[in-house]
Design a protein around this ligand. Structure first.
Ligand SMILES: [Mn+2]
Length: 443
């Protein structure tokens, strides 16, 4: 037997809120996504679907949760059956009875019976919220159910079961974090920040990027994190100018900077921190000048975060600030307005100022409402991450800036009075970094 890390009241409260957002006479389905083969008979480590975990906390593959407000059986889980043979190999399964007991739902069935049982549970509804076309396993089992529902309704003069998008309605909920979710995120941010500090202390020229990645995993897992929230980026020198650098396998060189974009997941809340610092612990003049300019801008952007602010205003200020740096550093010629108009800045800054943060690193929730940028409200968590990237291949740029990639990223909670920087523990000032980097090797 395994016990869930969650108190089941969390899911009950979330479902009560969801109920108020659903149209009358509708149901909602979330499904586990499938396992993926890594090689031969080995699968990739399984990380459950965020919406599935959000609404019922069930973490096994081959499971479906059905929510039918107003019915006697309101909460229903379809799960894998107990299987002593498979459990000997792959580990514990709750099974039909265990899932009902532990996850406090009204009814559970074997997933093998989904196509037989589910049609009857949907046939009297007007519509169902569902996420189709992103989960081939679920799409294939739902197709049969949908046809069977049609058959049942044909005899009752009911029209077709209306299909609605579940991601929108759940995304609206996930965007606003509860006090408990904020406390889990705070923990994810704290342990990630502490891990970044340990990486700074352990960094030295000649070390491989992979060593720092491994150290990050050790530091967060030793602090209770289940896994990284996304594939960590450890990119020395020119590697940092590739935005989603995935190789993490090059030696770190004296004189270069290293960019580390890594965050821990705790209770399914993911932190997302980026720090950039000199491999040797000492900034060159050019590195220091550009870094300080990006840092000043990042701090200014964080100060702007408050209720009523929106991502579009932050993005505009971010672009303006970075374009000023690009002109001062002779990366681009011309006036700021021409550069912004032509978007020529995008070769050195091709991404956004930040994104929602939560169970997914790029979290659910619309960034626009009725065609307008969504004003920030308390309980939203977002990243602020300006960056400047000068590839070695860039032409017509100062030699001293070639191969320089800088991004500084913090995780910001919108509060009723302004904001809270949840990753403030991770150092980013020039002097702090110079004092910390490589300190493990100093007497
Ligand atoms: Mn990010």
């Amino acid at each position: 037997m395994r016990n869930s890390v969650f108190n089941m009241n969390v899911f009950k409260e979330r479902r009560e809120l969801l109920k108020q957002k659903m149209k009358p006479q509708t149901g909602l389905i979330v499904a586990a996504h499938p396992e993926y083969v890594r090689n031969n008979d080995v699968e990739h480590a399984y990380r459950p679907d965020s919406n599935m975990v959000y609404l019922c906390g069930f973490e096994e593959p081959e499971s479906v949760f059905l929510f039918r407000p107003g019915h006697d059986q309101e909460t229903i889980l379809f799960v894998r059956e107990k299987d002593p043979f498979r459990e000997t190999w792959d580990g514990f399964r709750y099974g039909v009875d265990g899932a009902k007991e532990e996850f406090k739902v009204d009814a559970t069935y074997s997933i093998e019976d989904f196509h037989r049982v589910c049609p009857g549970l949907l046939s009297d509804l007007e519509g169902v919220y569902i996420n189709l076309f992103s989960n081939h396993w679920f799409d294939s089992i739902f197709e049969q159910v949908y046809m069977a529902v049609d058959g049942l309704r044909g005899r009752t003069n009911k029209g077709k079961l209306e299909i609605k998008d579940s991601r929108t309605i759940i995304g609206e909920m996930r965007l606003f974090k509860s006090q408990e979710e904020i406390s889990w995120m705070r923990h994810a941010c704290e342990i990630s920040s502490e891990a970044h500090i340990e990486l700074m202390k352990a960094c030295k020229p000649g070390m491989n990027e992979r060593s720092l990645h491994g150290l990050f995993l050790y530091q967060i897992m030793a602090r209770g994190s289940a896994r990284e929230g996304y594939g960590s980026i450890v990119a020395g020198g020119d590697g940092a100018t590739t935005l989603h650098y995935v190789f993490n396998d090059q030696p770190l060189k004296e004189g270069e900077m290293v960019l580390i974009d890594a965050g821990a997941e705790y209770r399914y809340m993911s932190s997302d921190i980026t720090r950039t610092f000199p491999v040797s612990g000492k900034f060159s003049e050019a590195q220091k000048r550009v870094y300080q300019a990006v840092l000043d801008l990042q701090k200014e952007l964080i100060e702007m975060v408050a209720p009523g602010m929106d991502r579009s205003k932050l993005q505009n200020r971010c672009v303006e600030g970075l374009v000023d740096i690009m002109i001062a550093e002779k990366l681009l010629k011309g006036s700021a307005s021409e550069i912004i108009e032509s978007r020529s800045y995008a070769q050195f800054y091709p991404h956004g100022v930040g994104h929602w943060l939560g169970m997914d690193v790029h979290d659910a929730g619309a960034i626009e409402v009725n065609g307008e940028p969504r004003p920030f409200e308390p309980g939203i968590i977002l990243t602020i991450e300006p960056g400047l990237y000068v590839s070695r291949k860039s032409e017509g740029v100062p030699e001293e800036l070639k191969g320089l990639g800088i991004r500084i990223e913090d995780n910001i909670l919108v509060t009723s009075t302004g904001h809270e920087n949840m990753t403030v523990v991770a150092p980013k000032e020039v002097e702090e970094l110079e004092n910390l980097v490589g300190v493990n090797y100093k007497d």
